[in-house]
Design a protein. Sequence first.
Length: 346
Amino acid sequence: MTIEKNEFVTDAIIIGAGPVGLFAVFELGLLDIKAHLIDILDRPGGQCTELYPEKPIYDIPAYPVIGGQELTDNLMKQIEPFKPTFHFSQMAESVTKTEDGKWKVTTDIGTTIIAPVIIIAAGGGSFMPKKPSIPNIESYEGQSVFYAVRKMEQFRDKNLVIAGGGDSALDWTINLQPIAKHVTLIHRRDDFRAAPDSVNKMRELVAEGKMTLKIADLVSINGDAPNMTGLNVKSKEEGESVVACDTLLAFYGLTMKLGPIANFGLNLHENLIPVDTEKFETSEKGIFAIGDINYYPGKLKLILSGFHEAALMAQQAFRYIYPDKKLRFQYTTSSSDLQSKLGVKE
C-alpha cells in the first residue's frame, strides 16, 4: 500500500481529544495499541479546557476538586509514554472502508488516517464556532473571516482584528502580534475571561504601542466579499467608527453539533450513538463510541463513566488489532510489563 503525504496508518483513530479520548490513549497504550487523535479544537481537553478550564470538578476519583485544565494536563502527562499523534484544528469529515477491511477517516483539510478501529469520543459532537451577528459574514469566511488558527503563517503581515475576550482570543492576540502587520483586539467590555497572565501581556503590548485594544461591538463588514477592507464597530463612548483591517479572527465561543458524525452510517438515537455495554461498540464492527456521545440504558453523562467505557473498549479493540495474540489481563500495580511501558519499573 502506497502512503501519501497526508496519509497516516496506525492502530486506532480517536475522534475527540477531551478527557475520555485522552484516557482511551492510556488504556489502548497498555495493550500496545498506538493512537492518532483528531479534534476540531487547537488543543487537547475538549469542553474541559475550552468551556470551563478553571471551573472546579468534584467527581473525579482521588481528586476532591480539580479544574478542567489541570485534569487535562494530568491526562496528557499520563499518556506521554505512549506518544500519541494529535491532529488539531481538524474535523473528521468522512469514514470509508479500505480494500483490506480497515477504516479510513478523512478530515476537512484532507488528512487521512487508516486503522483497524475507530473510537468516537466526541462528547456531544463537534464543536462549531459561534459566529458574530454580522450581515453576510458567510461570504467572507475562508478568505477574510476565520474562527480558528490552523496555520499561523496565514496571518503574517495581515492587518488583523481579533474579536473575543476568552483564552483563545487573548492567546492568539499574543502569538500573532509579532508576525501580523497590526493587531486590534475588539471586545464588548474592558473585562476578560482569559488567564490573568495573558490579559497582562496584552495590556503591556497595548501600552507599548505594539497593538490596539478597542472596546466595542462589531456591526458590519466593509469591502467586496470575500475581501474585507474594514469593520464597522460601535461603542458607548465613540459611537460608530471604522477599524481598517483585512482579516477578522472571531472567538465567540463554541456550540455543540453532531456534525459529520451523523453521516458515518451509524445507527443514531436522538443524536447519540447506541452501543452495547460489553464493548461499547456501535452498529458498525470496529467503530466504538465512548463518553457523552454514546447511548445505552442507564447511561450517565459523567467523565467517570467515559473512563470506564474506555477501559472496556480497549479490550475489544485489542482483539481486532491483534487477532492472533492472546489478551492477558494485567494490573499496573503488579505487572512489570505494564510498569515498563509506563517507564516506572525500577
